[in-house]
Design a protein around this ligand. Structure first.
Ligand SMILES: C[S@@+](CC[C@H](N)C(=O)[O-])C[C@H]1O[C@@H](n2cnc3c(N)ncnc32)[C@H](O)[C@@H]1O
Length: 403
């Protein structure tokens, strides 16, 4: 079993502590009062700091770090903290020796020590076995690494790497993604204020996400649909393969994220992308025309819980079942867009087989598809490495030739 390591946290003085507790209390209250609103933690924090502009960038970094880690370890901290349990007592337990001492305490159920909802923990044990599931939970409670993708429309990875080195950033080139650079230490400066960012030289993107996007191996002149495009993260990664020739259609049901995507496409120098929130008109244009369709479907996000620890406390089996239905509906909608020989890249940031391989088998059965070369792609969350991602390239099943 992995040894529980206390994260290398920044200093927590009284002022920072007050912010941490008031954020966590307010976030919990917001979820109780407006359960349907589902504000994600990162958005909640953005609003909080807009209301508290006086907090300095270094204080902010420390506060965010504690908020994320305490949210991750909420269940475990509740088990080991003094009574009454509240965010103040959980924080005390987090910085006390109890945090490491109780990690192997057999009196505390494994899912509590892993700080995961029992249903989710059981699904992970079913998929990976007790030891791997337990270790993976702890990786998913850790601080994630910071990884960026060089925008090869504007700069090579090597040149961007040299620029970062000149700034004395501790960086290394990713092993698997040819466009990725990982930071071994978080830079103290505001990343989004770097000139290299405003010039569109890079985007923040996990290496696993880069690898999934690159499975859309599109060529100049082709037609591509990114059906669950969100803020455009995956399109930004595969679009450079087309050298601005051909057409990329990005769709999402949320107009607000498509606006963000548009800004990012412009900054990245992409001139062949159009965004659509209305699918009916789009359908007439792309029916049977697409060489590639990317379905980066909504999922439990269990592979990226380090970045969104609040998501795991919203998990339920019912939610998983609902998402599986939506994933199936999405694939049903996009299959008719494929031209003869076209490929559908199905992707999730989940570690659950129910929305990965099991789902893909179900999709193949229902929509007469098969997995290209019979091989899928899966990465599991790694300590100081990639998040968890899954991808399979689906093609239309060839009819059997009967003599
Ligand atoms: C995993 S996220 C996509 C992330 C994006 N591809 C990226 O790399 O940045 C899934 C997206 O699916 C969208 N979505 C949810 N239901 C949908 C539906 N029925 N049709 C199309 N998009 C949907 C969500 O709004 C969300 O942006």
């Amino acid at each position: 079993m992995k040894k529980l390591r206390l994260p290398n946290l920044l200093r927590l003085d009284n002022d920072r502590q007050k912010h941490v507790i008031s954020i966590l209390e307010a976030f919990e209250k917001d979820n109780q009062v407006n359960p349907g609103k589902n504000t994600p933690l990162d958005l909640f924090l953005r609003y909080y700091f807009l209301d508290n502009k006086m907090v300095s960038p270094s204080d902010r970094a420390a506060i965010v770090d504690y908020v994320y880690r305490l949210t991750s370890y909420k269940l475990y901290l509740s088990a080991i903290s003094r009574r009454p349990i509240n965010w103040k007592s959980r924080l005390e337990a987090f910085v006390s020796p109890k945090f490491e001492e109780n990690f192997m305490n057999g009196q505390i159920p494994p899912h509590v020590r892993a700080s995961f909802p029992e249903d989710l923990y059981n699904l992970m044990v079913e998929a990976y076995g007790e030891k791997e599931a337990f270790d993976m939970c702890h990786i998913l409670n850790e601080r994630p690494p910071l990884t960026v993708r060089a925008n090869t429309m504007k700069i090579t990875r090597h040149d961007l790497f040299r620029k970062f080195q000149k700034k004395k950033f501790k960086v290394e080139k990713c092993l698997h993604s040819p466009m990725g650079i990982q930071f071994n230490e978080r830079p103290k400066t505001n990343f989004f204020k770097l000139p290299e960012y405003s010039q569109g030289f890079f985007e923040i993107q996990d290496e696993g996400s880069q690898l999934c996007a690159m499975r859309v191996d599109c060529k100049p002149g082709q037609t591509v649909l990114d059906y669950c495009g969100g803020a455009g993260g995956k399109t930004l990664a595969f679009a450079p393969f087309m050298h601005n020739r051909g057409q990329i259609f990005v769709h999402d049901v949320r107009k607000s994220v498509l606006l963000q995507a548009k800004r990012r496409f412009k900054r990245a120098n992409l001139g062949n992308v159009q965004t659509h929130s209305e699918k009916h008109k789009l359908w007439q244009t792309i029916n049977r025309k697409c060489h590639w369709v990317l379905a980066d479907v909504p999922c439990t996000g269990t592979g990226t819980l380090r970045r969104n620890p609040d998501m795991k406390w919203k998990f339920s089996i019912k939610m998983l079942q609902g998402l599986c239905k939506v994933q199936e509906e999405i694939v049903k909608e996009v299959v008719p867009c494929l031209r003869k020989g076209g490929k559908l890249v199905y992707t999730t940031c989940s570690i659950l087989p129910q929305e990965n391989l099991m789902q893909v088998m179900n999709l193949c059965d229902k929509f007469n598809l098969e997995i290209e070369n019979g091989k899928h792609f899966q990465v599991l969350p790694k300590s100081n490495g990639m998040d968890g991602f899954f991808s399979a390239t689906l093609i239309k099943k060839q009819g059997l030739l009967i003599d």
